[in-house]
Design a protein around this ligand. Structure first.
Ligand code: IMP
Ligand code: MG
Length: 332
């Protein structure tokens, strides 16, 4: 059995969705299970000429043999989830835990104005206000919502029993280490802990049952919304480097900076990473685009990777070389 936990190492948008989709196909997990905050996350997945944008479903849903699940720690917007299940043809194998929290209209309303929107730059998805209600013990749970009845399973029991039967389980985190409510740049953070420990708690996976923790870093750092970003480039400089990106959920332009070793070191520590994944190497080194073998990339790109391994004392096992799921160098 192998349980593999994938989390973001910077401020979200590291490209976890693509890495998770690759692992979901390559490692054939029986269950792909999502922890993290809620529909404030957005993942873009490109499979051939098809592009999927998901906010609720685990990104690994393209593996049709896998069950996809959402752990009890996550808050759900039922309308978004049900639409994604239908649009992406995942019915019959999508499940939620009875204790997933439910985002209601009032949460969306309070998230779209005031301090959260203006000061924190929240995504307006209702995730923060729903988690606040959960802390107040007044939030509705999935078990209280008729439209979710057919999706409910005991997610922690399913995950742990798959591992006991020697199956692989892929655990998908959302957001990134420095958006963690505990470890991030408070108050400019999301409403949960989103480091590996928090993600495992969200799905009911105990610390002794975690085998691999893959921390995903993009080849440069981006941050959407407010809050500190060391060595931030001007939007023009970011554009010149080809680092202009726009958020999946909000469409806002992401701020950008060079790869940050101080943040990365701390992310390795906080997540007890066993492996590193580096995404968008082709944006930094265009000659790497679409490459599938480490031997094929330029010496400059190789030294970028070796430098990361040396400084962070952790192997870089999976490298993204393009937007499609299979644009990957897998060195495991
Ligand atoms: P909230 O989680 O919607 O309350 O937003 C709080 C902060 O976290 C804002 O700066 C958001 O831009 C940021 N944030 C939340 N989720 C994500 C994500 O999935 N990717 C990137 N930033 C996020
Ligand atoms: Mg995203």
């Amino acid at each position: 059995m192998t349980s593999t936990v994938v989390v973001g190492g910077f401020f979200g948008d590291e490209g976890k969705g693509k890495i998770v989709s690759y692992l979901a196909k390559k490692d054939n997990p029986k269950i792909i299970v999502r922890g993290g905050a809620g529909p404030n996350a957005g993942h873009t997945i490109q499979d051939g000429d098809k592009v999927y944008k998901v906010r609720m479903l685990p990104s690994g849903f393209l593996n049709k043999n896998a069950k996809v699940m959402i752990g009890p720690g996550v808050v759900i917007n039922p309308a978004i989830l049900l639409k994604e299940i239908q649009d992406f043809d995942v019915s019959g194998r999508s499940f939620v835990d009875r204790h997933c929290g439910i985002i209601e209209e009032k949460h969306l309303t309070s998230d779209s104005k005031g301090e959260l929107k203006e000061k924190i730059g929240s995504t307006g998805s209702g995730t923060g206000p729903a988690n606040a209600d959960r802390a107040m013990r007044v939030l509705k749970m999935a078990k209280d919502v008729d439209s979710l009845a057919s999706l409910i399973v005991d997610v922690p029991a399913e995950v742990n029993s798959a591992l006991s039967s020697n199956e692989n389980v892929l655990v998908e985190g959302t957001q990134g280490t420095f958006l963690s409510l505990w470890h991030g740049t408070y108050p400019f953070v999301t409403s949960k802990d989103v480091t590996a420990s928090g993600i495992c708690a969200d799905i009911g996976l105990g610390p002794k049952n975690v085998d691999e923790v893959i921390v995903v870093f993009k080849s440069y750092v981006t941050r959407v919304g407010t809050g500190p970003l060391a060595n931030e480039l001007s939007l023009e400089d970011a554009k010149r480097k080809g680092w202009s990106e726009f958020g999946t959920v909000t469409g806002r332009q992401r701020r950008a900076a060079d790869f940050d070793f101080d943040l990365a070191k701390r992310a390795i520590m906080l997540n007890s990473a066993t492996q590193i994944s580096i995404t968008k190497l082709d944006v930094l080194f265009p000659g790497c685009a679409g490459k599938k073998f480490f031997e094929e990339i330029s010496d400059e790109a190789k030294s970028f990777i070796h430098n990361i391994e040396d400084k962070l004392d952790t192997p870089v096992t999976i490298i993204g070389t393009g937007p499609a799921i299979n644009d990957v160098i897998d060195r495991r």
